[in-house]
Design a protein. Sequence first.
Length: 213
Amino acid sequence: MTTKLKLYHYWRSSSSWRVRWALTLKNIPHELVAVSLLDGESESAAHRARNPLGYVPVLEISKGEYLFESLAIIQYLEDKYPNPSLLWRSTDSLTRAKIWQLAEIINASTQPLQNLTPQEMYSDDTEKRKSWAKHWNEVGLNAYEVICKETAGEFSVGDELTLADLCLIPQVYNSKRFDVDLSKYPTISRIYERAMREPSCIASEPSQFEPKK
Ligand SMILES: N[C@@H](CCC(=O)N[C@@H](CS)C(=O)NCC(=O)O)C(=O)O
């Protein structure tokens, strides 16, 4: 018997949104389990047994078998559920590498630096934390804009959604929270507006999962 995939996520986590979006776009049956980042739930022994880093997202792929790191999870989903493809639609190696490059600008060089834990290590002052996070968002978006100006069609690479967009759009959502001036990024802004009209994007975006007060 196959178990339904179970995604441990947090509504406002950008990395969680990437995976929710992939599951939605590929129409993969799954259930969601909320893990709060704010009240220490992600640091609990139960959650660290799923991911020793104490982060979300985590995908339970069968009873007691967990995958974490959103891009590894999406690669797994891509292999198991190839259509629609987020990575391999193009047969051109350079284009595939550009998709990865854009995804990694966000995944490796932006999101980790503005994550909650580095912010907490940096300062107790909420204003200083916010300007730190804003800075690293701008560093990432500056680089992304330079590259995607060359690769974009309707989306970051051509006219189809790819892994790059699944990383970019949630990061733009973070940037907005940190008051980044998006008018400095015309290509990114255009892609963001376009992506936010996609049903799979709307169905997976944070406000759909915000806990009711
Ligand atoms: N590289 C990881 C990043 C995971 C991550 O940083 N998750 C954040 C939420 S977006 C988190 O759990 N942060 C908790 C913390 O900083 O303590 C991935 O792509 O899954």
